[in-house]
Design a protein. Sequence first.
Lengths: 285, 399, 250
Amino acid sequence: MNTKQLKQKIAFSIFGTMSFIVVAILFIILGFIVIRGFGAISWEFLTEMPKDGMTKGGIFPAIVGTGCLVLGSMIFAFPIGVLSGIYINEYLVESWLKKFLRMMTNNLAGVPSIVFGLFGMALFVNYLSFGDSIIAGSMTLGLLALPVVIRLTEEALKTVDDNLRLGSYALGATKIQTIQKVVLPVAFPNIMTGLILSIGRVSGETAPILFTVAAYFLPRLPHSLSDQVMALPYHLYVLATSGTNMEESRPMAYGTALVLVSIVLIINVSASLLRRRIQKKNKMN
Amino acid sequence: MGKGRRIYEKIVTGILFSSSTITSLTVILIVVFLFKEGIGLFNSTPTEKNYVIAVSKVNTVPIITSNQLADIFNQDITNWKQLGGLNDSIVRLTVNDLANIFTEEELGPNLEFLPAKVNEYIKATPGVILYLSKNQLPSNFEGRVIPVKKITVKDFVGGKHWYPTTEPIPQFGIWPMIVGTLMVTFGAILFALPFGMATAIFMSEVADIRLRNILKPVVELLAGIPSVVYGFFGLVVLVPLIQQLFKLDVGETVLAGSIVLGIMALPTIVTVAEDSLRTTPRALKEASLALGASQWQTLVRVVIPYSKSGISTAVILGIGRAIGETMAVLMVTGNSSNIPTSFLQPTRTIPATIAAELGETPYGGLHFSALFALAIILFLFTIIINLTVEIIKNKNRRA
Amino acid sequence: MTQAEAKNVNVWYDDFQALKDISMTFEPNTVTALIGPSGCGKSTFLRLFNRMNDLIPLFRMEGLVTVNGQNVYSKGVRLDEMRKKVGMVFQKPNPFPKSIFENVAYGLRVNGINNKKEIQETVERSLKQAALWDEVKDSLKKSAMDLSGGQQQRLCIARALAVQPKLILMDEPASALDPISTNRIEELIFELKKDYTIIIVTHNLQQAGRISDSTAFFYLGELIEYNLTKKIFLNPDNERTQNYITGRFG
């Protein structure tokens, strides 16, 4: 073996080892949370209110709260995001307007989540006087999800073959008819994948809900849209850093982490399974 | 085509257009609201409303800064000479101190003689500096109210002390947090760059399809784990580990933040770098291999130079991810507002400061404004990062 | 001595058979044209001689391929050494985004030659052989991307010549070029024949007729006819060859 090959062998082995370490990191983190958290999981844990200074009981209100916030944010972000994606991809030719919109979307996607939190507090909580409420939190999370939904919609629309569009126009269909009857049905499964991915992103966010909705301790279900709620990520933060009795609430924290991670990962995995199935189906056609 | 149909199409187009404007509007609204709340910090005096600083009439110091005031109250400055005034040692007083100097009878049962006593005391003590509320000021005041210099952007960005709630003079210097943020980010990239690049290269150039089908989901899962879970993992595993390993008093350090952020920035770097490595035209790779170059030589001499701009984009986006991350850093870096001098000291980053303090800050005060001003700085970082990515992209397109 | 040979070669991509029992020999200092409709396997066949097909997933081959009497697919063979002896020119000009000089020097550098003088001499000689020297001698430091398409392709030929191969594979080298550039490449191929053995895949029948000594007609993975070019074009043995040459299918 000459030095040229030896060099290659050494370099690729190093890269392989480092990639293996990256895989190991994931399994260490997940394994740790699963092993420590599994003991805390029970029917009561999932369905009861927290009690005794959050050292006992369950996390039911936090699960419900996260559900409310995800639903609320999607009601807001999904229509606007998909419609903007359609507009940007189908209507705008390469122009300054398209560049501007794309730049703004990119900028919005890069804004740190805590800044969304501050903005949500300033606009929804204070300026529009929604107060700390589900509606303020949902809209803040919705804004955060907006660029994600737009980008994924655009990508989904880009995979639609241009010939389909041309074929539709050739038959005398208008632009909107083409979009409704040809483009959207083809792109639909991919857009759904995008929706699922943004749900995954939203359900794990903490910083945007800190000052817009999240309650430290509220052992009841929300009554209305202007109610505060507990939420899984914030609950984990509270249990980990500022519970009343940190030692005793550790098992609760592990359990919460496991529930949160499971929810987010199940969402992400189902999105990628869906995507893989679409790709397979497209290949067969 | 019927008239109804045409109107319908116009309406739908209108809806589509307005949806897409909402995104742009949001960015503008974010800027407006951050500035609206944050700008109040500048051009206001750092003393609380309705309070003044009084000195003797013979005192020649024209204006005083909040840092100087803090130094005076910490006894780091003890003579007016140090501030360019006369050679008088400084006598620091608050109104409460006056209550100890004078008897209750002298001040009157409802403090009605207090203003007179203030006058008396100030006249007798040339080196005095007195912090008092405006309505305690005598009507025929015989001292001088010294103006406090307004907070400037320079004080804010360059100030080395962050004591936002100290009485009587809070200090809003964010330099420690800028240093902390940059150090944590730098450490994170130092960790994430080699591992991220190695994984990206391994995935795109070395691994076969089977191996790649394992690595890709792993990277996606890493990206999907919520930041608070990373923080929690860091807090219960990494922090104690670092504490034992380096025999520290506390394990919450810059290092812990760097490692956690590094792991979080990994997926960004891997995904973007791999995508760009894959854009290298196959024709170029084949040309190199056909000339007898090994795969490694082709990688180093052709693939990497070709995807340079994509790789730098990956690094910059990784930095962006690390700078803005909040919860994980908040949980593992220890929240110290001192300027860290090594990776084994605690620190606090800009986003962590906002998250930690905003909940306990009264709405509308200086502290509240200061936190929004911090968010402006963070927002500027983001804009700079996006612009840089945009510039790299354009430059690449032209070449 | 035979420069290159294929014996009973079969190739599969997954379960699709791309080449069926091909046997051919190539004599030194000749130009052989591979013709046939797209997808007939001629490019796959060409790429056997420097094992470029190895990069394609699910590629599988049987049979014997030799260059200079050496089995290209034997286990001990070192890919980089072997590929150095076989030059290749691709369909589209694919210069590296480096300077003109560095493009030609690339093959020397990756093969461990660092002597400055030697590199300089080889670069000049190769560019002269590729008939590009006069056009670029004053701008060797310029980026190769600034050259015209035809110049880029001649640069790619110079790049292949620099490592002094015996056999040169050309995969439709003129298909992306204008007629004048194509003409220059053809003249160049004629010149190169003196020192090298050339196998060229082409879609252009006139081109095959103009430049090649022998011609092989591929159809659906089979070698239909292999003979002197004159014979193939004027009086082919096989009816399918006749039909292809006269343009009755394509």
